[in-house]
Ligand binder design. Structure first.
Ligand code: TSJ
Length: 637
């Protein structure tokens, strides 16, 4: 086949070229996240085939060279010619931007959000891509190279069993586009594929990693989101055995809710629309939350648990210790918000409210003993909230929460401009002392942490507020807490956790992150939290001193020295043993240091880690930190 086949369709390739010029516009970024986005893009198409009822099995394979195969056992993509383009449907879908809805064999559905930008985008950003469609006893094949150029038209390459149907797409991300990395992270893929399996009950998704011997997971949940809630509560003490499940359908919009209370003080509530995590919530979530509060209050009043003169239970009271998954399926979802993860369709609010109210109320009626446990839990939460309010008012009156009152601890910076101000939370007094000496006092504030940080996973706000370290942190941040929280009042736009790179350091880091995650979530979400990365090794040669973060970097640097160079390598001391100059040089100087931004990208997996790390038993914790250190690293913990 002549290689100039593709030159015929200049217009098509201009479209794909636009994607290559500004990939961020189509997949968000070309970072590791964008790389994984390519997989979601292709997998979504297979999931759509499953949603249409034609596919039970999806297999994702990470090959040795970090190419990816996604295989489904659906009907196989249509193999005819597209009337509008004169090209095969396959070539149309893979080379024309936004070909989704228009060119499929009717009802070709995409999911929305960043997902569903189209297979053509993946093709444009790949070094090569191959499609195989198994249909009516034949394998239809087409290969594209170098950012989506067809090598030849789609054609039949071989015969296959008549029963064998489905679609397989294999692609290799283009390293000239994904400059940071083209290496896939198994856990990132596994977490999302597990989520998809939870959200689509009965669908089996297999993940295979050919880069490693025998690395494989199969995700299939016949209980769907009921099993999802079970997983959320796996490391917690459930308040009642049964997971409550409500589902309903109105005007083609379906709502599914599963929930179970646990004895913790936090809620783990996650909502989805068409399999997309609606991190920012929206009308489906509002409707269900509203209904939950209303039904619990009604029940408490009707059963005289809540007296006529009592204040109503608030939404927060009703969600304390709640693990809940809300899944909405909508034929035409409108995604809003900063990250397009907020469902905007206004009709969904009432539908979600109606469906959940009815089902949840019926459950409470039919299960009075469980109802009693839930109501009691909410009543206790309400009393604690009122006590916390009093405690807060008292601390405020005493002046404890006034910045002027803890100069002893906080070495504040001179600048009052939050956008350039930083606060270092430093483990231990001696490192704290060096940090104060080594800082740029204009923009860098230092808060040495002496005592243990209270584990907020096991404490309510009122108790947290009685902890001195936590009060100091709250005061320093300036945002207030709970109902009074205000992100605009944050006094430092960089909050930098500075701990040693050992087990104790990571323990303190997790305690701090738990505190931030539970009490200051918007600060985490806004990307204000960072971890300092003190170097692990120092290499000296001649007059040069080079600090490096990892073993690999160390080896790489030594390799790069000219052969006869004499050098000296030493493992770095802990933060506490560094003097002011060293600490500044290695960890604080804004021109030299390396910071890692903490994101709660995968809130659900993080939540699991938090509760595992912070849960009941103390012993497994240390073991968990050491065995899951790489995993925790992925989560930026
Ligand atoms: F988009 C894609 F090419 F990347 C892709 C599509 C990737 C993968 C892994 C699977 C798929 C895909 C598409 N699997 N199944 C389908 N189904 C169809 O495209 C299809 C098949 C039959 C009919 C029909 O009406 O007969 C309609 C459609 C949309």
């Amino acid at each position: 086949m002549p290689n100039d086949y593709s030159d015929n369709d200049i217009q098509v390739l201009e479209g794909l070229e636009a994607v290559r010029k500004r990939p961020g516009m189509y997949i968000g970024s070309t970072s590791e996240k964008g790389l994984h986005h390519l997989v979601w893009e292709i997998v979504d198409n297979a999931v759509d085939e499953a949603l249409a009822g034609y596919c039970d099995d999806i297999e994702v394979v990470i090959h040795k060279d970090n190419s990816i195969s996604v295989k489904d056992d659906g009907r196989g993509m249509p193999v005819g010619i597209n009337a509008k383009t004169g090209l095969s449907t396959i070539e149309t879908i893979f080379t024309i931007l936004h070909a989704g809805g228009k060119f499929g064999g009717g009802g070709y559905k995409v999911s929305g959000g960043l997902h569903g930008v189209g297979a053509s985008v993946v093709n444009a950003l790949s070094s090569w891509l191959e499609v195989r469609v198994y249909r009516e006893g034949e394998v239809h094949y087409q290969r594209f190279e170098n950012g989506g150029h067809p090598v030849e038209p789609m054609h039949v390459t071989e015969k296959c069993a008549k029963e064998r149907t489905g679609t397989t797409v294999t692609f290799k991300a283009d390293p000239t586009i994904f400059k940071e990395t083209t290496v896939y992270n198994y856990d990132t893929l596994a977490n999302r594929l597990r989520e998809l399996a939870f959200l689509n009950k009965g669908l089996r998704i297999i993940l295979i990693d050919e880069r490693e011997e025998e690395k494989k997971d199969t995700f299939c949940y016949n209980g769907g989101i009921i099993e999802y809630v079970a997983m959320l509560n796996k490391n917690k003490q459930a308040l009642h055995d049964d997971i409550i499940y409500v589902e309903g359908n109105e005007n083609g919009i379906s709502i599914e809710v599963a929930l179970q209370y646990n004895d913790s003080y936090n809620s783990s509530l996650y909502s989805f629309t068409n399999n997309i995590n609606t991190y920012e919530g929206g009308t489906h979530e509002d409707g269900v939350k509203f209904a939950l509060t209303k039904i619990i209050n009604n029940y408490a009043k009707n059963n005289k648990i809540l007296k006529d003169n009592d204040d109503s239970l608030t939404g927060d009271d009703c969600r304390e210790g709640l693990a809940m998954i809300i899944s909405c399926k909508h034929p035409d979802p409108q995604f809003e918000g900063q990250t397009k993860t907020k469902l905007g369709n206004s009709e969904v609010r009432k539908i979600a409210n109606d469906i959940f109210s009815e089902g949840f109320e019926r459950f409470l009626m039919e299960n009075p003993s469980v109802a009693k446990l839930i109501i009691e839990k909410c009543m206790t939460a309400s009393r604690a909230r009122i006590a916390a309010k009093k405690a807060r008012e008292m601390t405020r009156r005493k002046g404890d929460l006034d910045v002027t009152n803890f100069y002893g601890k906080l070495a504040d910076c001179k600048s009052k401009d939050a956008s350039i101000s930083e606060i270092f939370l430093v483990e231990g007094d001696s490192a704290g002392g060096s940090a104060i000496k080594g800082r740029d006092s204009m923009t860098q504030a230092i808060l040495p942490l002496r005592g243990k940080i209270l584990n907020v996973e096991k404490a309510r706000l009122d108790r947290a507020l009685s902890n001195e370290e936590i009060r100091t942190i709250i005061t320093a941040f300036g945002t207030g807490i709970g109902e009074e929280f205000n992100l605009d009042k944050l006094r430092y736009h960089k909050i930098i956790i500075m701990t040693d790179a050992d087990v104790d350091g990571s323990h303190i880091r997790v305690l701090l992150l738990t505190l931030f995650y539970r009490f200051f979530k918007p600060i985490v979400e806004a990307g204000h939290i960072y971890a300092a990365q003190p170097p692990l090794f120092v290499i000296k040669h001649g007059k040069t001193i080079k600090y490096v973060l990892t073993e690999e970097e160390k080896n790489e640097y030594i390799q790069s020295l000219s052969p006869n160079t004499k050098y000296d390598v030493a493992r770095m001391k802990g933060l506490g043993e560094m003097d002011a100059e060293e600490l500044n040089e290695t960890t604080m100087d804004i021109n030299k240091r390396v910071l890692r931004q903490i994101t709660v990208d995968d809130a659900i997996a993080a939540d699991e880690i938090f509760s595992k790390l912070m849960g009941e038993e103390v012993e497994p914790r240390r073991e968990f930190i050491s065995t899951n250190a790489p995993y925790a690293k992925n989560l930026d913990i």
